[in-house]
Design a binder for this molecule. Structure first.
Ligand code: IPM
Ligand code: MG
Length: 356
């Protein structure tokens, strides 16, 4: 019997090609560090709609619940744009997060040393380095709140609801404080407490929990100010904790500042050890099947899986090191620079395995 059981949700677009490379790297890491993995596949997103009519079949939820961890490629594409809102590929992604209780989304925005010139932010601001951890609440708030259509004054109207319970806020905030303790002991909580009642409850709760973490320096920012601060002074941030919608938006902004969007990984964690790991980029249907996608974000997501779900931090670190080493010489087209060698998705996977 294998040591770990992992479900692969390859998804749509470039999903299958990038997940295949990550599997190669996981197996190579297993060989080197002495563990074995058994894989199973399940459908999520557009491919699931095509095969079963829905973006998240029950069988997929069952398989994921019974696995040690889940690796996801990407979902979505223009083919499914005309699906009703609750049957879009994205609804499948929200559904699996909810079904597995993945309330904590960790999105590191980092700059890889060999790519330090890639940030669109001025050199004197970024100075070649960035290391922010965004902790986004992932199963509550307005993405999961009551929504609907109605009529107001005889006109069609629509609404979505932002609501958080205290336990929901407490658990995500604790994840963020725990991470801050392992990093630079600095936490920024982001809200809109000057306007939203849900944000006022969020802020009160953060302040109360902060008493359990006297060593962590805590500050609060309104989300609009945070969006601005990320561009003018990103180095002030260590860990950021925020709601589902604000985290969705700010994590895209932070990843762009790093200049390495094709490189960034993420982890979605539940109360227990299991989790779902995925690159933060999308399914890139325009380049799907051409063999030119960058598999590194998925490979690094597999690395995060080894660290957070499978208790193999040495293997995770080795993968990170291997990626940095390969990047010095080899690049997929999205991160190509003169003086380096252009490689395909598959070659990149092989190079990381070799460097391991
Ligand atoms: C993300 C994506 C998803 C989200 C979409 C595809 C539902 O934007 O993971 O950030 O909003 O959470
Ligand atoms: Mg997003």
């Amino acid at each position: 019997m294998a040591d770990y059981k992992i479900v692969l949700l390859k998804g749509d677009g470039i999903g299958p090609e990038i997940v295949n490379q990550a599997v190669k790297v996981l197996d190579k890491a297993g060989e080197k560090f002495g563990f074995s993995i058994e894989y199973d596949e399940a459908l999520l997103g557009g491919c699931a709609i095509d095969a079963t009519g829905v973006p998240l079949p029950d069988e997929t939820v069952e398989k994921c619940k019974n696995a040690d961890s889940v690796l996801l490629g990407a979902v979505g594409g223009p083919k499914w744009d005309n699906q009703p809102g609750n049957n879009r590929p994205e609804a499948g992604l929200l559904g699996i997060r909810g079904a597995l209780g993945l309330f904590a989304n960790l999105r590191p925005a980092v700059i890889f040393e060999p790519l330090k010139e890639a940030s669109p932010v001025k050199d004197e601001i970024i100075n070649g380095a960035l290391d922010i951890m965004i902790v986004r609440e992932l199963t509550g708030g307005i993405y999961f709140g009551e929504k609907g259509r109605k009529e107001v004054n005889g006109q069609p109207a629509a609404y979505d609801t932002e609501m958080y319970t205290v336990p929901e806020i407490e658990r995500i905030v604790r994840v963020a404080f725990d991470l801050a303790m392992k990093r630079n002991k600095k936490l920024t909580s982001v809200d809109k407490a000057n306007v939203l009642e849900s944000s006022r409850l969020w802020r009160e709760t953060v302040i109360r929990i902060s008493k359990e973490y006297p060593e962590v320096e805590l500050n609060h920012l309104y989300v609009d100010n945070c969006a601005m601060q990320l561009v003018i002074n990103p180095k002030q941030f260590d860990v950021i904790v925020t709601s589902n919608i604000f985290g969705d938006i700010l994590s895209d902004e932070a990843s762009m500042i790093s200049g390495s969007i094709g490189m960034l990984a993420s982890a979605s964690l539940s109360e227990g050890k299991s989790g779902l790991y995925e690159p933060i980029h999308g399914s890139a249907p325009d380049i799907a099947g051409k063999g030119i996608a960058n598999p590194l974000a998925t490979i690094l997501s597999a690395g995060m899986m080894l660290k957070y779900s499978l208790d193999r931090p040495e293997a995770a670190e080795a993968i990170e090191k291997a990626v940095n080493k390969v990047l010095k010489e080899y690049r997929t087209p999205d991160i190509y620079e003169e003086g380096t060698k252009k490689v395909t998705c598959e070659e990149m996977g092989d190079l990381v395995c070799a460097a391991l």
